[in-house]
Structures are given as C-alpha cells and as structure tokens.
Design a protein around this ligand. Structure first.
Ligand code: G4P
Length: 526
C-alpha cells in the first residue's frame, strides 16, 4: 500500500489559464489523450465549439452533466495522478475562476504564438500572482506563422515581470516548422505534418548530430544552433526555487492541434510542477502529509439533475487519506457529515471514490448543507482561508411575474447563489430582493436557469444601487446607528451578514465619512 507521503508526491493538481481562443480546450483534450481518457476528448471539443455562440453555450450549461464532468478531470500519466481543474473561460466568471485557482498548486498559461499576452491572460495571471502560484507557459499554435520566439519571451518577461527560461524551442514555425528542440536533453523532436493529430512515437535527433543539417535543412539547423547558444547566454537556467515562488516560468513551445510539443509539456509538469502544497488556514497552516483528513469546498454546482434538487460540493483535499464513508466535521456548523457517496472525476463518468489523497478533488452530493468556503476536518476546528466573495459590480431588483410564487423564487435565488456566481440581498425595508453579479451575462444565465430548473418566470430590472459593501464594526451601537441613518440602503446577505447598498460612489464615501468606525469591505471571506 502506498504511504501518504508517497501518494502526495505522485499528485499534480493544476489549472489552465488563457485568453479565449488561445487553445485551452484543444490542449486539455490532448493532455487527456496522453492520460488515456480518450472518450472524453470528444466531449471537451464539442464544448469548445458550442461555446462559440451564446445561446449554444447556455444550452450546454444547462446540460449539467457535461459542464460538471469537465470541471475536474483526473488522469494518469507515467505513474502520476493529474487533477486538471477547468477554469471557466468567460470573463464574467472571474470570481468562480478565482476560487478554482485557490484549489490548485500550479497553472499552465497558454499563449497564442501569434498574439502573445492578451487581456484575459493578464487578468488571470494577476490572480495567480496573488498566491505566488508556479506557472508553466505553453506557447501554442507554432504550426502557424507566429511571432519571433525571442520577442514572445521578452513580452512575458516585461509585461508580467517574470523570469523566463525556455525548456523547449521551436525549430521554424508555421509552414517551416521542423520540430522542437528539448533543451533539457539537447534533442530535436521532429515534426511530421503528415502524422496528423494522433499520438505516435516521435523521431528524435541529437542537436549535436551532424545529420541534423540533412534532416531539418542546413539553414534551420544553423539557426537553431545559434539560437540555442543565444538562449544559454541570455536566459537564466531553470531554478526550482524561483519557479515554486512564482517568479520564474519555464516555457514550452508546441501545437495543441497537432499534438506536438504537448508530451514535453506534460513531462515538464510531471517533473517540475509542485506536488500538493501546504494550505493557509486559521489557526494554523495545514501540511498535506498530516494523518488527519482536511479539505475545503471551492465550488458548488446546483441542480446537476433537475429532478432531484441535489447539488455537488467540490472539496479539495488538503491532508490525510480520505476513505469512503468517513465521518467528517463540518466546521461552520459543528455538525458531523458522513461522506458515503463521494465522486471522483475520472474521465467522462463520475466514479464512486473509495480513497482519495491530498490534491485530489472529490464531489460530495448534498442538499445544501455545504457551501463555498466550508472546511471539513476529522474533528479539529480549522478554517481554510483565502476563498473570498467579491462585492458584485452590477445590482438588479428581481421582478417576479407571478407574485404567488415568491417563496419558490426565493428558494431558486438562494440555490443559485450557493454556486457562488450570484449573490442575493434582502433589503431591510422589506422591498424585493436585490441580486448582484460580477458580469452582465450572469443575469441571462440566471433568468434561463430559473425558468428551466424551477419553472418560474422572473426578470431583473434596474435597481437604484451601484455597488455593495459588507459592513463591520466592533461597536454594535455604532453599526446600528449607521443602519438607522441609511435604512433604505441596508440589506442582509444570504448568511444574514449586514450589507450597505450604495447608490453611487458619493453615497458610499458619505457613509464612510459619517461613520468612520464602520469598516466597509469589498470582499467577504467565507
Ligand atoms: P480556447 O478553449 O482557449 O477558447 O481555444 P480552443 O481550444 O477552442 O481553440 C481555439 C481555436 O484555435 C480553434 O479553432 C482551434 O482549433 C485552434 N487551435 C487550437 N490549438 C491550435 C494549434 O496548436 N494550432 C492551430 N493552428 N490552431 C489551434 P477554430 O477554428 O476557432 O475552431 P475549430 O473549428 O477548429 O474547432
């Protein structure tokens, strides 16, 4: 039987971050292909294609099965277990993405060789930087004309303030692509365009082999030798320490579409990406090889099966050897929770998990007891930190077409808020609920889901509020005075926490000036 530290050492839990269209879906599919999860490849592809139009994308979202099985993909390669967590591609989901990134130990940043760093790459990178996350870079689409690789390296270095160190290097690009040179072994892996996009054994030739000129052409061989020399002179060698601190990124070049350079990337992740790391918590940090099981919920997916109002909480295991049937303590409520039917996300099917280890993600079906940010332990009172809610940027008042269904609507709004993509506020003056989201598209998704999953017709109309702040004050009387003075702006969130709904920036500043003892915060830690 594997020991706990051995099992931890064999795991890599990561996410892919990219700007839309850089090739995240294609790369995911190819990584899974190496992991032997071949049937899933089609499902991921279909999803990528259908996402292109908004209505298709919503239909696909409603097919909970697909989007859920693709939220966490577990596969094996060279004896290691990889957990690949999907980050929603649309920028409206930044909050959801943020929380997903709290559950991984490293990230792969995919760039389009013709475009380099794009807006969304940058935003997601900033999130990773907040957590000092190790990042592996994959420059994709080298089978097409792209920018000069040195140019791309400079761009990464300058715009992201990261040290870059190439692990592979393209030999030509576009129509002239001849291969990639694996700089860790000084071997040129040859590209054969005729071989298409399936897995094949590749031919290699040593960089120093005199036959290289004949194989890739004298000009390409000479240029490669010059470039390798330049890289060795100009780029720092790979430093495990700098990479693990998130200050250096190893760079791989390839074509996800042609399944080329992907094997080197996956081997790079296997060799260098960190095993499950320790996790910040109060009152103490949790190490993965501790005997007792701990974990936190970073995502909740409601109504996977609309006939049973079930939901699945995604738990990132942080320590211990988890066994099916285990009784864990739900720290927020103090109640015990027996996990009889945990799910692992191997390939397409949900499989019942008998055992799981730190770094693994298990799905726990429940009826609403588990929320984002919740901690489970074997008894210790611990709370994992750093999983915030963000103040919504758009607020709307809910309009219910049939007032008799107010109760059902409330239930629907609360259920959907539990997934963490929208928030519900109940104004204290008794007016109808205010729903807040980070991006406009969420309202369309909410309306469609309320109709499809709850058979209710509801709409969202303008609310006189621009933003929301959670308010706290050690002096309860001061807080009450503030609330009394701003009665029409006060509301409670789903957990009963007090929220100030601001009509505009001026009103917010005014309230802050009038009540300096009260803290107005734009995030709330779960
Ligand atoms: P995303 O998830 O990051 O949004 O990107 P996705 O994988 O869906 O890829 C976006 C487009 O880029 C797709 O083309 C895909 O085929 C193409 N692509 C991905 N990797 C490579 C690559 O290595 N080389 C080349 N040349 N193209 C690549 P599309 O025409 O938009 O869609 P499709 O009709 O091919 O599905």
């Amino acid at each position: 039987m594997t020991t706990l530290p051995e099992a931890v050492a064999l795991r890599r839990t990561f996410a892919i971050i990219s700007h839309p269209d850089a090739g995240k879906t294609t790369l995911t599919e190819k990584l899974l292909l190496f992991g032997g999860a071949i049937q899933l490849a089609g499902a991921v592809r279909a999803r990528g294609e259908q996402r292109r139009s908004r209505s298709d994308w919503m239909a696909i979202e409603r097919e909970r099965g697909i989007s859920v099985s693709a939220s966490v993909m577990t596969f094996e390669h060279r004896g290691l277990t990889f957990n690949l967590l999907d980050t929603p591609g649309h920028e409206d989901f930044s909050e959801d993405t943020y929380r997903t990134l709290t559950a991984v130990d490293s990230a792969v940043m995919v760039l389009d060789a013709a475009k380099g760093i794009e807006t969304q790459t940058r935003k997601l990178f900033e999130v990773c930087r907040l957590r000092d996350m190790p990042i592996v870079t994959f420059v994709n689409k080298v089978d097409r004309e792209g920018r000069d690789p040195f140019d791309l390296m400079n761009e990464i270095e300058e715009t992201l303030a990261l040290e870059v160190t190439p692990m592979t290097w393209p030999v030509g690009m576009g129509r002239d692509l001849k291969g990639v040179c694996d700089l860790t072994r000084d071997q040129v892996v040859l590209f054969d365009p005729g071989r298409g996009d399936h897995l094949v054994d590749v031919d290699e030739i040593a960089l120093t082999d005199p036959r290289l000129d004949a194989v890739v052409g004298a000009e390409a061989a000479a240029r490669l030798r010059d470039e390798v020399e330049l890289i060795r002179g100009a780029c720092p060698p790979f430093s495990a320490e700098a990479f693990l601190h998130g200050t250096m990124t190893p760079v791989f070049f390839g074509s996800a579409l042609k399944t080329f350079g992907v094997r080197e990337l996956l081997d790079g992740i296997a060799q260098r990406a960190p095993q499950p790391r320790e996790q910040p918590a109060t009152p103490r940090v949790v190490k993965p090889d501790e005997d007792k099981v701990t974990g936190f919920v970073f995502k909740v997916q409601a109504n996977m099966d609309p006939n049973h109002r079930d939901r699945v909480a995604f738990l990132r295991l942080c320590s211990g050897r988890f066994k099916r049937g285990m009784k864990l303590k739900h720290v927020r409520t103090g109640k015990p929770l027996a996990v009889y039917n945990p799910m692992l996300f191997l390939a397409r099917d949900r499989e019942l998990a008998d055992e799981a280890f730190p770094g693994d993600i298990i799905g726990i079906p429940n009826h609403g007891a588990l929320r984002i940010g919740d901690t489970l332990t074997e008894g210790e009172t611990l709370r994992f930190t750093g999983i915030p809610s963000f103040a919504p940027e758009i607020l709307r008042r809910v309009r219910l077409d049939d007032p008799m269904k107010a109760k059902q609507l409330r239930r629907a709004l609360e259920d959907l808020a539990e997934e963490g993509v929208s928030q519900v506020f109940k104004p204290v003056d008794g007016s109808t609920w205010i729903v807040g989201v980070v991006g406009q598209l969420q309202f369309e998704v909410l309306t469609a889901r309320i109709e499809a999953e709850y058979d209710l017709r509801a709409g969202f109309e303008a609310a006189p509020f621009e933003t929301a702040r959670w308010v706290h004050c050690d002096d309860r009387a001061a807080l009450d005075r503030m609330a009394a003075a701003n009665r029409t702006s006060m509301a409670e969130d789903r957990d009963g926490a007090m929220v100030f709904l601001a009509r505009n920036a001026w009103a917010l500043n005014r309230a802050k000036d009038d009540f300096p003892m009260v803290r107005f915060s734009a995030t709330r830690e779960h």
